[in-house]
Design a protein around this ligand. Sequence first.
Ligand code: DGJ
Length: 735
Amino acid sequence: MNEKLSSLPSPYALTTDNTELVFVKKDALWRVAHYGERSNVAADAVLLTECRYNAESFGRATLETYPSFGADYGDNDGQMGMCKYGAIQAQHADGNTTIQWRCADAWLAADEEGVEHVVFDLEDTTRPFRARQHFRAVKAADVIETWVELEHDEPAPVRLSIMDSFGLDFANIGTEFEVLSVCGQWACEAVQDSTRLARGQRIDLGSRSGVRDAWENNPAVMVSLGCPLDEDRGTVFAGALAWPGAWEISVQHTLHHTLRVRAGAANLSGAYVLDAGKRLTLPKFIFTYSTQGMGGASRALHRWARGWHLPHGKVVRDVLLNSWEGAYFDFTEKTLTDMMDGTAKLGGELFVIDDGWFGRGAHARNDDTCGLGDWIWNEEKLPKGLAYLVKEANARGLKLGLWFEPEMANTASDLAEAHPDWIIREKNRPLRVGRGKSQVVLDMSNPAVRDAIFDQVDAVIRSANGLSYIKWDANADFMNAGSTYLDADHQANIWFDYTVGVMELIARLRVAHPEIVYQACSSGGAHADYGWLAYADEFWGSDNSCAQQRVFIQWGEELFYPACCVASHVTVSPNHQTHRTSPLKFRFDVAFSGRLGFELHPKGMTEEEIRFCTDAVESYKRLRTTIQQGDLYRLVSPYKNDHAALMFVSADRRKAVVCVYGMARLAMQGNPAPLHLRGLYPNLRYRITEINKAAESHIGPLEGKAFGGDALMTQGLPFTLGNEDDSLVLELTAE
Ligand code: DGJ
């Protein structure tokens, strides 16, 4: 609990370095009068927003900080209205279905340096039902986090049919809105698309997986305010829901040009049943306001994630080699130690053993039909044990990582056979199964399940003494919607309680083993969300490792998530997913703009290929702070051009890395237009070097020369580019 510093004066501008969210008290409640650039116009904003000519005669904006279904719309010349766009709807113990909030207290809470924290204590006017709403402004990131805690003392449970974390209507914020989101599924994550929101229209985004929350849509959105969406120009609102379960975000352009945004967890089986005395903490929604287009919004979210959200956000990430595409399930100790030799030769720092090391006897995991849930070392396959492999890795100067899928079981496992009731399943209905015709989701709402999995994973970690990294996979959706742990009245809670349970499990493991770095994986990039990224340090971008397609996937992912989170691995050619061939340099350069790794057996590489990679890994290590921790500028979009270009600029703006990828280029079409660099100091001179060179230079006579930041940004940098699959990486160093 944060200590109260003072009561909130009205109006109050909650500020970040460049933005403000202005609250004003009106009768018993607080409203939002303004969100946008920091302006010192709080008092005027109140008048302008509250003016009755701005209030709509038959459908006025719901400006309260947490609009509730059934609340008074207030007075409109003696006529009263009722709010039907509540971010919360509850059926109380006595059957009533409305909430009328009054604010019992509004206060400033103590928080860490550089963060301002406002709290509204809301209570229903007639029933003992309460909400505590938080707005936490992270000044240097220009990001505001908001979340709500609910509780009540009613004589019976309260049923929540809407329980959004965020529900603000922004008046006077623009008259034209374009909404951008990313959607996807296996092997085609983060496909970017946008559309103009016509007056009256509402767009609903969501994921109903229950587990793979970044499929269908990713829980994040950008909206241009009063202008078309642009990478560099114009104002943009961006928000992300930190929730690794089922969710919904909706954005509406009302008749009166109010922008109505709602975001929250989705409880798909019906209303969430909240018992008296229990506190329900709804997921965080994170939002920002940019005057530098989408690029500014991305950079703000990235800065916030690295500085205030990710567990090891400021730590540079190791170069790793993962065993999956190089061996799949088919490995012995020798295979693994050979891969370690190769990893060390390539300059890697971490070796990760993927799926296939666990389960015993009939349930030994040699394919995907069995073993999940049995987190015990397969001594038949790997007789010397995990401790031996840790030692072997360490002897080569490497750390060791291991794959788990803790939320899942196969029906063919010791765990599921002993505890069939630990599976998410419906009473008196056949059990649906997924991958390997036997994969099921464990009931993480049940503390006994969490304890059992914790004990197993914890024991494996302890047995190895020195495990450094866990890849936490999750390869199934909810295929059944029931719990044998929850009683009949609470069955619908499984969607929410599962997610809370799984977060509790990973949080517990993090506390027990704080040194371990976690990769979120969910059939590829389906766990790219800030809920899971409060516990995981990075996510596997996609099982689609085809470099041409990865350019798009990473482009979409890095709209909302920083490059340090996006695991990107060099794999073999032809690619295993698309069967496409592409040069090693292109595959490497694409992986270079994320958290670089490999996913192949190095024994298949020629000496020349190894030499190229070793040099390029060295360059990556020299530049990784800039890539992983720097500001991202998207220069040329692959969606609209025959090549893509992006650059990373270090915090002190003295170092930059530029990556250019040839996409579906026509032969003989000449060179692309000069690259207009961004984010540099105009009056500094930057020396340019091409790195990861395979053959000819792409900048010829410019190589090694220094140019003013102003010239590079206004005039641009000319370069050559061959056909598709050609690429270049430039290093810029200020003199
Ligand atoms: C799905 C992941 O996305 C892959 O990288 C790999 O870990 C497999 N699961 C293993 O079963």
